[in-house]
Design a protein around this ligand. Structure first.
Ligand code: ATP
Length: 139
């Protein structure tokens, strides 16, 4: 079979579409590590962790913060069903900084194991948001 010349990328959350279109490459934060996808990739299904999706169209790179979900990879298509996701230009930096502060305070004084895990995930999500926000306008 001929190798397709691009990938059709779709990133959706339960309430909206974040990205849809033709791209040349996608890097996905899989639960077992980030992996890159080029056209012609072997089909696979992966769960997602908290991390950054990067996709490239020509020389233009775009970034999305994601928290959990699934990725389906086909030779000519990548579909990401994210529980929560924000494109880099949608991220409210002040909100993410406040969430980092809150989570750090909780981690310093955990009252239960559950709180600790929630605070740990909240810290991770907010740090990823801050990282993705720094990508704005950088291609
Ligand atoms: P916060 O404590 O600030 O509410 P959170 O990590 O608890 O953050 P989530 O449960 O991950 O928030 O997300 C709830 C909704 O808010 C989602 O739609 C998510 O995309 C959005 N969201 C959360 N933080 C930000 C942010 N810093 N900028 C833009 N959207 C955000």
């Amino acid at each position: 079979m001929a190798i397709p010349d691009h990938l059709t990328l779709e990133i959706v959350t339960p309430d909206r579409s974040i990205a849809h279109g033709k791209v040349d490459e996608v890097v996905v934060p899989g639960a077992e590590g980030s992996f890159g996808v080029l056209p012609g990739h072997t089909p696979l299904l992966s769960t997602l962790t908290v991390g950054e999706i990067e996709y490239r169209r020509g020389d233009e790179r775009s970034y999305v913060a994601v928290s959990f979900g699934f990725a389906e990879v086909l030779p000519d298509r990548v579909t990401i069903l994210a529980q929560i996701a924000e494109a880099s230009d949608e991220i409210d930096v002040t909100r993410a900084e406040a969430a980092v502060k809150r989570a750090r305070e909780r981690l310093e004084r955990p009252v239960a194991e559950m709180d600790y895990e929630r605070a740990r995930l909240s810290l991770l999500k907010s740090l990823v948001r801050l990282q993705v926000a720094t990508r704005r306008g950088r291609h």
